[in-house]
Design a protein around this ligand. Structure first.
Ligand code: TEU
Ligand code: CA
Length: 538
């Protein structure tokens, strides 16, 4: 068995969405040579790991989350040689690469599925076929079944993403081979896509629900835990690596059942409960952001979950500064306040590309500007339900995944690509961009760099305990402490001035308003402070 390094616990992860990060050959699509050209930037940020969203062979119905070749590279992104070079160049900079493992489904253009369409093929049982569809609905809305020939296949996402049949022992064998293939190339583990829904216990009709009818038959099933234990003991234990599961709809208890060390399954999971505090029923029905609910959910996960994967953004979520902050009047203040939260909690912090410069939600004008398969699907469904057009437009503006997928804003003109970008660039790149922020000390980017360095040099921030002190009226105060030090983190999550309800004695380590003396008893809009408490002499 391999000794496990602790980079995954001590380090910070930067997520790259390859299509939108950096284009090297002017075709408007981000690629692997582009990522290599920006490795110095990533190193300079101070992060230790990159989570790379899928770069595998794919027809891109869902931008790589529909894999047609697990051991090949999407031609748009480059070659296997370039991927190997990326791993090597990252390693030279002390950066480890974590890849996306998408094994709930493949593309319908994967050779296995093409074979599987023939009822007599040995590949038939690689997927889930039925004579009659049941009543399950898909994550992207509508029935989870589509027909080929006389039978139907299950797809919990788009119809170009047929679900694999994990009841077939061949699937376990195939996926283990794929994992070894990449681990042998020197990667440091996997982010496991929708991993807690891969095992379907039965195909019976589900209880009727507003969303995801059928989920009780596949959500966090015993069969899934068995699979995870086998992947760990039969593959992962042979390598120095870690896994983070993307686990939809889990409670803190269900999260622990997947990550407690004695379970021998995953190392950490992405929960969604904090991301669901601004919605009713499902993400398309957003409500006003409620900071109290948000911070109480985070505090519960901090206290109850064994080890957290802390994130405020990824390629599926709207931009955090637009969602939980104020991307106009208090752009700098709210982006840095959210950075303070993201990087001072207990657990492994994940930063999504562009978050470090405060990239905002999209400025899409019409439906044609959007590329995301889910957005278009939701538009059709909402139309068929006779939602008014203005309402659908509002819904999509606030929620579409393309909000997070606009190309990286490297400078004020064509920093991402010399060609026409695959998805519209945000016009605010004229003011929000890396080049400008690198020139200024007072920038979101330099605040991130300072915080990242501070976090990495502090044992207390890495492994100290978490204690909430105050969570009311949009003010969040908590401590991180161990035997040596106590830090108090004070966050005003609103655009209104607030009173500080707790007394502190100590020195200010970080302030997003540049405050150095602990004198005032009020907080400015979106103010963030980190205080090193004087130690009691007892
Ligand atoms: O996402 C799964 C997921 O449940 C959602 O976050 C999803 O993006 C969608 O918003 C459901 O309404 C993962 C990937 O992160 C996502 O990009 C993929 O589309 C999906 O799985 C399928 O592979
Ligand atoms: Ca390109």
């Amino acid at each position: 068995m391999n000794t496990k390094s602790d980079t995954w616990k001590k380090g910070i992860v930067y997520q790259i969405y390859p299509r939108s990060f950096m284009d090297s050959n002017a075709d408007g699509i981000g690629d692997i040579p582009g990522i290599i050209s920006k490795l110095d930037y990533v190193q300079n940020l101070g992060v230790d790991m990159i989570w790379l969203s899928p770069v595998y062979g794919s027809p891109n119905d869902d931008n790589g989350y529909d894999v047609s070749n697990y051991v090949g590279i999407n031609k748009e992104y480059g070659t296997m040689e370039e991927m190997e070079l990326l791993i090597k160049e990252a390693k030279l900079r002390n950066i480890k690469i974590v890849m996306d493992l998408v094994v709930n489904h493949t593309s319908d253009e994967h050779p296995w599925f093409i074979e599987s369409k023939n009822p007599l093929s040995p590949y038939r049982d690689y997927y889930i076929w039925a004579k009659k569809p049941n009543n399950w609905t898909s994550f992207f809305g509508g029935s989870a079944w589509d027909q080929v020939g006389d039978e139907y296949y299950l797809h919990l996402f788009s119809k170009k993403q047929p679900d694999l049949n994990w009841n077939n022992p061949k699937i376990m064998e195939e996926i283990q081979k794929i994992m070894r293939f990449w681990l042998d190339k020197g990667i440091y583990g996997f982010r496991c896509d929708v991993i807690n829904i891969i095992y379907k216990t039965s195909l019976e009709n589900g209880k009727k629900r507003f969303v995801l009818t059928g989920k009780e038959h596949y959500h966090s099933q015993e069969g899934c835990h068995d699979i995870l234990r086998r992947l760990r003991s039969e593959v992962l234990n042979d390598y120095d690596c870690f896994t983070v599961g993307e686990t939809v709809m889990v409670t803190p208890k269900e999260a622990n059942d997947l990550i407690l060390p004695e379970r021998k399954e995953l190392d950490m999971v992405f929960g969604f409960e904090h991301m669901e505090t601004d919605q009713i029923n499902n993400k398309w029905f957003k409500t006003k952001f409620n900071p109290n609910k948000f911070m109480k959910t985070i505090a519960t996960w901090q206290q109850e979950v064994h080890w957290n994967a802390n994130y405020l953004e990824n390629h599926d979520q709207p931009r955090s500064v637009s969602r939980f902050g104020d991307d106009k009047k208090y752009h700098y203040e709210s982006a840095t306040m959210l950075a303070t939260l993201n990087l001072t909690l207990k657990g492994t912090p994940f930063i999504y590309q562009g978050q470090e410069i405060g990239m905002t939600n999209g400025d899409f004008k019409s439906l044609e500007d959007y590329q995301d398969v889910e957005t278009h699907r939701i538009y059709q469904i909402a139309r068929s339900l006779h939602f008014p057009k203005w309402y659908i437009k509002k819904m999509i503006e606030r929620t579409s995944r393309d909000n997070a997928r606009q190309p990286m804003q490297w400078n004020d003109s064509n920093g991402f690509s010399k060609g026409k970008p695959w998805l519209k660039i945000n016009a605010n790149q004229s003011v929000i961009n890396v080049e400008t922020q690198e020139r200024e000390d007072h920038s979101i980017l330099s605040y991130y760099k300072t915080l990242i360095r501070l976090r990495k040099s502090s044992e207390t921030l890495i492994s100290g305990s978490f204690k909430p002190l105050y969570m009311k009226c949009g003010v969040f105060i908590y401590q991180r402490y161990d035997d040596n030090k106590t830090y108090s983190i004070v966050l005003n999550m609103t655009r209104k001035p607030k009173k500080v309800p707790v007394k502190f004695k100590g020195s200010i380590i970080i302030s997003n308003y540049g405050i150095t003396e602990l004198s005032s008893t009020s907080l400015k809009p979106f103010e963030a402070l980190m205080i090193l408490e004087d130690m009691k002499n007892d």
